[in-house]
Design a protein around this ligand. Sequence first.
Ligand SMILES: Nc1nc2c(ncn2[C@@H]2O[C@H](COP(=O)(O)OP(=O)(O)OP(=O)(O)O)[C@@H](O)[C@H]2O)c(=O)[nH]1
Ligand SMILES: [Mg+2]
Length: 284
Amino acid sequence: MTIHWYPGHIAKAERKLLEQINLTDVVLEVLDARIPISSKYENLGKFTREKPRLLILNKADIADPAQNAKWKDYLTETTGQKVILTSASSAKDISSVIKNTVELGQPAIDKIVEKGRLPRPVRVIVVGMPNVGKSSIINKLIKTSKAKTGSKAGVTRTTQWVRVHPKVELMDTPGIIPARLENQERAAKLAMVSCVGEAAYDRMEVSKSLIQLLFEKYKNVFCSYYKLKEIEEPPTLEDIAKSRNLLLSGGKFDIDRTATLVLSDFRQGKIGRMTLEDIQEITD
Ligand SMILES: Nc1nc2c(ncn2[C@@H]2O[C@H](COP(=O)(O)OP(=O)(O)OP(=O)(O)O)[C@@H](O)[C@H]2O)c(=O)[nH]1
Ligand SMILES: [Mg+2]
């Protein structure tokens, strides 16, 4: 399976990311809770240097709850960062994001005051791979501020900064982390959760790998969702097409539509709440 990556685009995206991070005090690093290893950007520390980071595991609502808890503990311990589970459907988690941002940004503000200048709100940026939910988080942060202030004029807003709390300003464009795709296994996982664009991968191949992975990790739930009888080997796309009765006009199974269906069922969390990566995969 070949999934393409573009070094030119990556270099440009990294330059932009560095510029954005330079303007902020705190970085909200968003991962997809279903692939905490593959959606993490090993190089982020190079860009943030000493700047404090808050780690957000988003899409927790469609990831495996038991895995969410394990990953949260593991990442808290190994990164030394505060880790928060979030999901777009819930507004609750946002107050915790704000509270932690204020705490993490306080040393930067103290420094400003020590230099004899006036304190200003903590400046924060949301950073992450494509499609992990950065805009959803930004929107939730902005909405919270509107609800809080209840002001007719809405939030204080310049082109770049949005006041989302008396003590927090948000850069309203997210920092997009370029997906490096030299590792094909990782590239496939990023494709499974749509962190890479459709044009970069073969839907059929990615769908087959997904079936294999889900069969390995969630055999019973997977087979019962697609009504597949007791099987020892991962089902083929044809098996699923048969079970779903996805036929082409000539009576052949519609493998292409089946590949799309499985990807879409998984991405929407319809099959069940599933996580594709175990902590063991790091420690191995
Ligand atoms: N189930 C679920 N879906 C989510 C969650 N957060 C975001 N989504 C969905 O994921 C998709 C991508 O969300 P965005 O907020 O646009 O992600 P993004 O990181 O801004 O994406 P780019 O701008 O492309 O980099 C959308 O279809 C959202 O509705 C979540 O917590 N749970
Ligand atoms: Mg976005």
